[in-house]
Ligand binder design. Structure first.
Ligand SMILES: Cc1ncc(COP(=O)(O)O)c(C=O)c1O
Length: 390
C-alpha cells in the first residue's frame, strides 16, 4: 500500500529553510554556496555563544580526548564543577535563589522532571498553567502546554491541568490551588508571540502558590542563560520560583537540560528519585562551563542589553508597530504581514523566527550578536516598509 509513496529517509517533521546550512561563525550561518545569513533565529534560541565559538569548540574537543561519557554511577569533577558554576551564574546579578542542580538533556525532560518533582514534594497530581504556554512534547510537559495541534491526539493520557488566562490577576485570585502540585510558566511566553508576565501577576502568583503549598516552576528554557541581559528571569520583580528549568542555550547547542532547585525542594529529593543516563555527561558539562566563561569574559550580558536598545532604535519608522519582550528575546508585531516580512528578510539573508501569533515574528539571536547584523536588519526592514515586497 505504501510502495509508491516517496518517503524521505529523514522524516519530514518541519518545513525547513529553502537552503541547507553547512557551517556557522558567530552571528552568521553559511549555505553550501558560501552565502552568509545573519542569524536572528539562533537555531531556535539555542546558539547562545554564537555558532562554533572557538573556546566552546576547543573545550568540547579537549573533553572528548579525556572522557566522552560516564554515567552518574561515578562522581565526575567536571559535573560537580558544572553544577557549582551554573549556580554561581544564577546567583550573580539579581539572585535567583537556587542551591542545587539536576542535569538532563532537553527542555521537555527538564519540565517533565520539574512537574514530577512537584508531585513528589506535595503528594498532589494536578497542575496549573497558562493560556499561550508552551513547555515541550513529553507527556507531563504536553499536559501543561496550550497547543491543541500537538496535545489533542494524546488527551486521554495527559495529566489534569487548570488552564488560566495569562496576566489576569483576577482570574488568579479566583482559582483554587488547593489540589495543585505545581504551577508552571514562561516568564516571557515565547511561542505564543513574546508575551511577558507582568510584575503584579508574578507577585500575586508567588503569594498564591506559597499560600497553597504548590511549587512555582519557571520554565526558563528560552529566557535563561543570559538571554534577557540577566542570568535568569528568576528574581525579576523580586519574585523567586521554587524550580527553574533550563535548556536550549545552556551548553551552546550541545544537548543539555537542567533543573535549578531552591533548598526547600532540593532537601525532599532522595537518591533514586530522579535519573537520566546522559544527563550531565562530560561533553555537555564542558560545553556548559565554556559557555558560562564566554558569557562572562566577553561581557555578553551587557552586549544583550546594548543590542536590544539598538534593535528598538532602528525599528522606528518601519512596518513594526510594537516590540515586545526584553534582551534578545523580542517579538516584532507586524499586523497582517509577519509571514511576508519573514520571507522578505530571508531573501535579504536574515533569518528570524515565526510564532503562534500570525502577526508576530521572533528574534532570538546569539547573545554575541554584532551591530553589523542590526544594521542589516534595519536596512531590510526599511526596504519592506516602503513596500518593495508585498
Ligand atoms: C519555553 C520552552 N519550554 C520547553 C521547550 C522544550 O524544549 P526541548 O525542545 O528541548 O524539549 C521549548 C522548546 O521550544 C520551549 O520553548
Amino acid at each position: 500500500m505504501t510502495a509508491n509513496l516517496q518517503i524521505p529517509p529523514l522524516l519530514p517533521t518541519y518545513t525547513p529553510f529553502p537552503f541547507p546550512l553547512l557551517r556557522g561563525e558567530g552571528d552568521r550561518v553559511f549555505d553550501p554556496l558560501g552565502r552568509d545569513y545573519f542569524d536572528f533565529y539562533g537555531g531556535h534560541c539555542v546558539a547562545s555563544t554564537g555558532h562554533a565559538h572557538p573556546h566552546v569548540a576547543e573545550a568540547i574537543a579537549a573533553q572528548a580526548r579525556e572522557l566522552i561519557f560516564y554515567s552518574t554511577a561515578a562522581e565526575l569533577p567536571i559535573r560537580s564543577r558544572a553544577a557549582q558554576e551554573l549556580l554561581a551564574f544564577a546567583g550573580s546579578g539579581r539572585d535567583a535563589g537556587m542551591c542545587s542542580v539536576f542535569f538532563c538533556n532537553s527542555g521537555a525532560e527538564a519540565n517533565e522532571n520539574a512537574l514530577k518533582m512537584a508531585c513528589r514534594v506535595t503528594g498532589r497530581h494536578t497542575f496549573a498553567a497558562f493560556q499561550g504556554g508552551w513547555h515541550g512534547r513529553s507527556t507531563l510537559a504536553l499536559s501543561v502546554t496550550d497547543d491543541p495541534a500537538i496535545t489533542k491526539p494524546y488527551e486521554p493520557l495527559l495529566a489534569p491541568c487548570l488552564r488560566l488566562p495569562w496576566n489576569d490577576v483576577e482570574a488568579l485570585d479566583a482559582a483554587d490551588f488547593s489540589d495543585v502540585a505545581g504551577v508552571i510558566l514562561e516568564p516571557i511566553q515565547s511561542m505564543s508571540g513574546i508575551r511577558p508576565a507582568t510584575a503584579p501577576f508574578l507577585r500575586r502568583l508567588r503569594e498564591k502558590t506559597r499560600a497553597a503549598g504548590a511549587l512555582l516552576i519557571y520554565d526558563e528554557v528560552q529566557t535563561g542563560i543570559g538571554r534577557l541581559g540577566h542570568p535568569f528571569a528568576a528574581g525579576l520583580h523580586d519574585v523567586r520560583p521554587d524550580v527553574i528549568t533550563s535548556a536550549k542555550g545552556l551548553a551552546s547547542g550541545v544537548p543539555m537540560g537542567a533543573l535549578l532547585l531552591a533548598a526547600e525542594v532540593a532537601v525532599s529529593i532522595k537518591p533514586g528519585d530522579l535519573g537520566s543516563t546522559f544527563g550531565g555527561g562530560p561533553l555537555a558539562c564542558a560545553a556548559l562551563l565554556a559557555t558560562l566563561q564566554v558569557i562572562r569574559q566577553e561581557g555578553l550580558l551587557e552586549n544583550v542589553r546594548r543590542r536590544e536598545q539598538e534593535i528598538r532604535g532602528v525599528l522606528a519608522g518601519t512596518c513594526v508597530t510594537e516590540v515586545r519582550g526584553s534582551g534578545l528575546l523580542l517579538g516584532l508585531v507586524v499586523p497582517g504581514r509577519a509571514k511576508a516580512l519573514k520571507l522578505h528578510l530571508q531573501e535579504r539573508r536574515i533569518l528570524v523566527g515565526g510564532s503562534g501569533d500570525p502577526d508576530v515574528l521572533r528574534l532570538m539571536p546569539p547573545l554575541n550578536l554584532g551591530s553589523a547584523a542590526v544594521d542589516a536588519l534595519a536596512l531590510a526592514l526599511h526596504s519592506f516598509s516602503v513596500g518593495d515586497v508585498a
